[in-house]
Design a protein. Structure first.
Length: 197
């Protein structure tokens, strides 16, 4: 007999009271905006996977990057199982972005742990499918243990880009015009997504 999984919470929209509590919790992690949206608006592009493979030093060196993350085809399948997602946004100002790895890492770890913590909050509210896609690359360890076992398996999540997500294309679909930081002294935006139901 085949069993059917029934979601604890199956409404297509999140209750306003939950969103309010969620936004308050997000502020504690420096996340300044939370926006519900349909995962159908997420742009999956094969070229993003290519940029990981041929333009990133973490390819085949991190549990949160390809080839340890799903292929674009698999990502499309995964996203089809969701009807609501949350876009998280924060602003960072790190004028010594390339020089001060410790400060950048601390900022990214705060956002990473915050995103995973917010995912857990949703899980405890009954949204058992909640799953985070974080911004940037994993910074939990100074050097990833890959291909050995991850030191933080409960917090290990793929980045948006390693999930073949065209972040800029997705933002445009959501009516957001991203402003790229062209100078290292300019503030930059951090984006993450939590797939909810």
């Amino acid at each position: 007999m085949e069993r059917k999984v029934i979601s604890f919470k199956s409404a297509n929209l999140l209750p306003q009271a939950l969103l309010t509590r969620f936004r308050e919790a997000a502020e504690l992690y420096g996340i300044e905006d939370v926006r519900p949206f349909s995962p159908e608006d997420i742009v999956i592009a094969d070229w993003v996977h290519l940029k990981c493979r041929y333009g990133c030093t973490l390819y085949n060196r991190s549990w949160c990057c390809p080839p340890a993350t799903p292929t674009p085809e698999k990502v499309r399948e995964i996203l089809s199982e969701y009807s609501v997602a949350l876009l998280l946004q924060s602003t960072h100002n790190l004028p010594s972005f390339y020089k001060d790895d410790g400060r950048k890492r601390a900022s990214l770890v705060r956002c990473w742990k915050g995103t995973v913590g917010l995912e857990r909050m949703l899980f405890l509210e009954g949204y058992h499918k909640a799953f985070s896609l974080v911004g940037e690359s994993c910074s939990l360890c100074r050097n990833c243990a890959y291909p050995k076992n991850c030191r933080f398996p409960q917090e290990k999540r793929p980045s948006l880009e390693s999930f073949s997500i065209d972040v800029i294309g997705t933002l445009h679909r959501l009516g957001i015009t991203p402003k790229l930081a062209k100078n290292i002294c300019e503030p930059f935006k951090y984006y993450a997504v939590i797939l909810v139901i």
